[in-house]
Design a protein. Structure first.
Ligand SMILES: Cc1ncc(COP(=O)(O)O)c(C=O)c1O
Length: 439
């Protein structure tokens, strides 16, 4: 029995099943039970270290001492809410707004990315009077009743006629599903078709939600300007553009702080989540003032925990560490080298298709038949599990769950990247039934 399958872990799995049910799946086919984290490392109870190449919530590193200290200090002083004055809340909002394009000037706080996208929906419908939403084919924007309807995986009874879909941009090569349009003009026409679909169902668009890296659609990085035609058509139909920065945001893509900046667009609303508090639950909506004012004229919003002084302290500490440790530049430098090394490795394995993404958000696409672009779904899951057994954590993404998702804390360095590539190379070499590509 390996430490992973220890009797303690198996007993905990059983206790978990009894009180949490069976619906909450675990990440790996065996129990994974980290008990401590530091930087890019997670440690299990036996003291074994795992290189975390997956988790974006501990954005500046697991348990970063500056963030822990800021949290503890504020928790020991006072914790209130946004209806009381507090310097930290205002300072955090000021710092976030300062990173935005002119006009995106007003912050509302939430506790999660789902709440942020849900609130963005309320803002968009209030400001436009529209009732329809447009989302990409395999989007995920959270778990509230409104935004789970946008989830590409939701059944029709959970989604609804008020949601129309547009394929993610097919760029650079299209991914396993061959969906999407390869030019901005064609993608604009797809947006027009989605608007027309809504019209036929009796809805005018309130908003189009997009992840700036199209992560759950399979990680696409269209060039700046690609979205322009589509957004012009959206706005002509009175819809607002909502950039979901929950995954790509806060310096991860390296070249820019926010993903939408790389696309060269200015959204009407920006939503944030996962990495903002380095593990402390912080979500944010930033919108233009008139959108927020239109909302508050007829509705109210209060969130007991969101934007409290402890959360603000965590958020401010994350921004400070990001700047002081130059982690955006690190994401660009390490991410670019990692992408090159993964591309070189890909040439040695027939199973590997494209290497996609930007900065420290990369995808390694596994394909059974590169010509037919058939997703290697079972193989990707085997590789994910074997990587964990060999001490490296990655995830899976894309509609075929065939893209290894590499999205580590931004303190990931060149040695960490080399360990990831060496281990992945070894795991792929042992993958049954796949012949190595000609060297
Ligand atoms: C792009 C995106 N938006 C929103 C969410 C929802 O965030 P949360 O789980 O914090 O509610 C997620 C979570 O995975 C996400 O990936």
């Amino acid at each position: 029995m390996s430490p992973i399958d220890s009797l303690d872990n198996l007993a905990l799995v059983e206790r978990r099943r009894r009180v949490l049910g069976s619906g909450l799946r675990q990440f790996y086919e065996f129990p994974f039970h980290p008990v401590r984290g530091e930087g890019v490392w997670l440690y299990d109870a036996a003291g074994r270290a795992y290189l975390d190449a997956y988790n974006n919530v501990p954005h500046v590193g697991h348990c970063h001492p500056r963030v822990v200290e800021a949290l503890a200090r504020q928790a020991a002083r006072v914790n209130t809410n946004t209806r009381y004055l507090h310097e930290g809340i205002v300072a955090y909002a000021e710092q976030l707004v300062a990173t935005m394009p002119p006009g995106l000037d007003t912050c509302l706080f939430t506790c999660t990315g789902s709440e942020a996208n849900d609130l963005a929906w309320r803002l968009a419908t209030a400001a436009t009077g529209g009732t329809g939403a447009i989302a990409t084919q395999h989007a995920y924007h959270g778990n509230s009743t409104a935004v789970i309807a946008l989830d590409g995986a939701s059944p029709p009874e959970v989604s609804g006629p008020w949601v129309a879909r547009i394929p993610a941009p097919r760029y650079p090569a299209g991914g396993a599903w061959g969906e999407g349009e390869a030019t901005g003009a064609a993608w604009g026409a797809a947006m027009a078709a989605a608007i027309e679909t809504l019209r036929q169902r009796g809805h005018r668009p309130a908003a189009f939600y997009f992840c700036s890296l199209f992560a759950t659609d399979g990680l696409f990085v269209p060039p700046a300007g690609f979205l322009d035609d589509a957004l012009a058509r959206l706005r002509a139909a009175s819809g607002l553009a909502i950039a979901d920065e929950v995954q790509p945001g806060l310096g991860r893509i390296g070249t820019h702080l926010w993903g939408f900046q790389a696309l060269g667009v200015v959204p009407d609303i920006v939503t944030m989540g996962k990495p903002m508090g380095n593990g402390h639950p912080i979500g944010v909506v930033v919108a233009r003032r008139e959108i927020v004012d239109a909302f508050f004229r007829r509705q109210r919003y209060f969130n007991t925990f969101a934007g409290n002084p402890v959360s603000a302290a965590a958020g401010l500490a994350v921004l400070e560490v990001l700047r002081r440790e130059e982690l955006q530049a690190n994401a660009q430098r390490v991410g670019e080298q990692l992408k090159r090394d993964l591309q070189a490795m890909a040439a040695r394995h027939a199973l590997v298709g494209e290497i996609r993404g930007a900065g420290l958000f990369l995808g390694v696409e596994l394909l059974l038949d590169p010509a037919a672009r058939r997703p290697a779904t079972a193989e990707a899951r085997r590789v994910l599990n074997e990587l964990c057994r060999q001490g490296v954590l990655v995830g899976l993404t894309g509609p075929g769950a065939n893209i290894l998702k590499i999205r580590p804390p931004l303190v990931f360095d060149a040695a960490n990247a080399a360990q990831l590539v060496t281990t992945l190379d070894r795991v792929l070499s042992a993958e049954p039934g796949t012949s190595p590509a000609a060297a």
